[in-house]
Write a protein that binds this ligand. Sequence first.
Ligand code: G3P
Ligand code: MG
Length: 255
Amino acid sequence: MWPFPRVIAHRGGGTLAPENTLAGLRCGLAHGYRAVEFDVMLAADGVPVLMHDPAFGRTVPGIGNVAETSAALLAGMDAGSWFGPQFAGEPVPDFAQVVGFCHREGIWMNVEIKPSPGFAAETGRAAAALLKQMLAQQADARLADDASMPLPLFSSFSPEALMAARDIAPDIPRGLLIGHVPDDWQARLEQVGAMALHTNHKNLKQEQAQAIKAAGYGLFCYTVDDPEAARRLLDWGVDAFCTDRIDLIGPDFAG
Ligand code: G3P
Ligand code: MG
């Protein structure tokens, strides 16, 4: 029912490396993680890049917006120093680079489509077009160890972005992110053709988990950093979760 990994490194390397960077992915790998969540946003020239915040100031210095900055300029920005001097100069990677890295290293991807305000459909389309093309190239290359790798999973808080991704790449599965599970959760999943619901574990109730699983959907929780909480969620039937504490919770954590 859940063909994907159970434990996923959040934003690359969780709290151990700068989020949404190749350094983060390498850190996850060094901790044995071959499953990753990251955030994809559009640069001004329509190139999808890895970024969580639409505005600069937290993970890249300065004032400005991702949607008004080209991918080339973003690649020259420092997305590492905020985290620590050893990561100074770590660039903002574009999505294609990261997909290439994950394909080479055998890392499964939960691609969160994270549109800047006003760019939901455009971001969903661009992410889906790029991923579809790179998956086709990878299938052509027929690397020996590809056979066991499940398809990536798109997720988003934006139904519009997910519907746009579905229009371009209907075969890439989708999960709908919702902070609190609403009463009409099933109608919302059906609207975007999602196979899974992704939710904040802090707001999830056991009865909701059971209902979602009983209806045949996947259930994914973010962001679970406490092994006790992780155990409880798995007991409730939660299929998978992402974690920032890849040092506390290993990739083979089974509850
Ligand atoms: O995809 C799960 C989680 O990453 C959603 O929240 O804000 O960390 O992207 P956020
Ligand atoms: Mg995310």
